[in-house]
Design a protein around this ligand. Structure first.
Ligand SMILES: Cc1cc2nc3c(=O)[nH]c(=O)nc-3n(C[C@H](O)[C@H](O)[C@H](O)COP(=O)(O)OP(=O)(O)OC[C@H]3O[C@@H](n4cnc5c(N)ncnc54)[C@H](O)[C@@H]3O)c2cc1C
Length: 453
């Protein structure tokens, strides 16, 4: 592709510094948080929907693919480009409007999740979905991945808050699924959520807000076996109680975090739970949590009502990704999800996998949703290690499906799990998904190679 031809596109965009044909000073735009790196002909930082339309028209004319991109915090290679593509970043599309009376936010895809939360709070409202990456990830990326988060046990995931999506199709046309409560016609938004940039480039999202809520009481509970912690998760869910947050860390994950920043109660534990419940009068839920934890023979129990002290406990969870990244030369982190009742079996399986493997395998996750993130870690990054990780990963995915679970709870399929899709879906179901992709994008212009191999 000639640079002069890109120059015409650059000149047509709203802002001057919006198109780059070299990635030398911005290699991060070829990657996401998996650290898988790709290749691309150009990067466009769209300022508005018209820019997106122009890029799509240009891509059609020059037979280039488009790889939509938010903040690049994805964990499945979703925005990693391949040769013959334009990386189309929507991170500069940050318009944000709040309709207080309707409790609706209309946002550009580049708005950072945490920024919407903060803005909503100024109106006495809340946007509850909170991926652990909320200070970096964009709402466009959240919708495209169907992001979950810590508070999703109580409040639901991103898809529960999407009222409508506006975007640019592969034919450079505008598609708009509605804004407020549109309950007629096909549920197109549902098809677009978690479509990983393969069906549409999102240019605006309409999101439901709720009344603001206080953070509540926090519990840090340790156990002598991961199975006891996992059983506690199942028992809490079975009791009918809905904690705001219910996070699991196995002993090795807790150790990694504790090495990064020390927290009382974390030495020599086999697993911990971090639980948050809304503030309550009478302490009924707090005492039920204590009873369930004791029945499962917890070795340490701390209840914190003071918000600042509780925040320190949450650092155990928040530090984890950074801690693991510092410890291992090579790390592959994959998320799976199973029904709550099967969570203990999954945890037991990961413990077995770790003891039978030369890799270091630990796990953590939004246990209240049955979500588990499994880290495969090694001291070297050679082809044999990568092959071994693939072998262990396949075993984990097969077990997850056997337990009635799904290949991904929230991180998406992307590049990382596209070869395993057949484990979860039968041929007619897969064919239907591919058929839908063909309807939206017959020339395979949008994010090719993602979801389907
Ligand atoms: C430390 C850490 C913690 C994390 N915790 C969580 C968690 O708790 N829950 C969770 O769900 N995820 C989590 N993630 C994963 C990641 O943050 C989410 O998947 C997030 O939604 C990605 O947003 P992004 O803006 O970074 O998107 P990107 O990584 O840039 O892109 C992700 C996908 O969205 C598509 N996309 C982006 N923008 C658009 C657009 N405008 N139109 C169409 N498609 C688009 C891309 O093509 C790609 O397929 C975590 C990641 C990290 C690094």
């Amino acid at each position: 592709m000639s640079k002069s031809s890109f120059a015409d596109l650059a000149a047509s965009l709203k802002n001057r510094d919006a198109l780059f044909t070299s990635f030398e000073n911005r290699p991060e735009y070829l990657k996401d948080a998996t650290e898988i790196s790709g290749e691309s002909e150009a990067l466009v930082m769209a300022a508005c929907e018209e820019d997106v339309v122009k890029v799509v028209r240009y891509a059609i004319e020059h037979k280039l693919a488009i790889v939509p991109r938010g903040a690049g915090t994805g964990l499945s290679g979703g925005c990693v480009p391949e040769r013959g593509s334009i990386v189309l970043s929507t991170e500069r599309m940050t318009h944000l409007e709040i309709d207080k009376s309707e409790k609706v936010a209309i946002v550009g895809p580049g708005v950072i999740t945490g920024d919407l939360q903060q803005k909503a709070a100024e109106f006495g409202l809340a946007y509850p979905p909170d991926p652990a990456s909320y200070l970096e990830s964009t709402l466009g990326g959240n919708v495209a991945e169907g992001a979950g988060g810590l508070r999703c046990k109580r409040f639901g995931v991103t898809k529960d808050y999407v009222l409508g999506i506006r975007g640019v199709t592969a034919a450079a046309e505008i598609l708009n699924t509605g804004c407020y409560n549109s309950n007629h016609g096909f549920a197109l938004s549902d098809i677009l959520i978690a479509s990983e940039g393969t069906l549409l480039i999102i240019t605006e999202i309409s999101l439901r807000l709720i009344d603001n809520f206080e953070t509540g009481d926090t519990f840090l509970v340790a156990f002598d076996s991961p199975k006891q912690a996992a059983q506690t998760v199942s028992d809490i869910t079975a009791s009918g109680m809905i904690p705001t947050i219910l996070e699991f860390l196995d002993g090795d994950a807790a150790k990694c975090s504790n090495q990064y920043e020390k927290t009382e109660g974390l030495d020599d534990v086999a697993a911990i739970l971090l639980i948050e419940i809304p503030h309550e009068t009478g302490g009924k839920q707090a005492s039920l949590i204590k009873t369930i934890c004791e029945q499962n023979k917890c070795s340490f129990f701390r209840h914190e009502s003071d918000a600042a002290k509780a925040e320190k406990l949450w650092k155990v969870r928040r530090n984890l990704s950074k801690a693991v990244r510092e410890i291992a030369v090579m790390r592959v982190s994959e998320d799976v999800v199973v029904p709550n009742s099967k969570f203990p079996e999954l945890i037991e399986y990961v413990t077995e996998l770790n003891s039978g493997s030369s890799l270091r395998i630990n796990s953590f996750g939004h246990a209240g949703d049955g979500n588990l993130h499994v880290n495969f870690m090694a001291d070297s990054d050679d082809p044999q290690t990568r092959e071994l990780i693939e072998v262990e990963l396949r075993k984990l995915l097969e077990k997850t499906i056997e337990l009635g679970g799904s290949l991904t709870g929230e991180h998406g399929i992307g590049l990382a799990k596209r070869d395993y899709l057949g484990l979860e879906f039968d041929k007619p179901t897969l064919e239907s998904m591919k058929w839908l992709k063909d309807i939206f994008d017959p020339e395979a212009l949008l994010n090719p190679g993602k979801i389907f191999s």
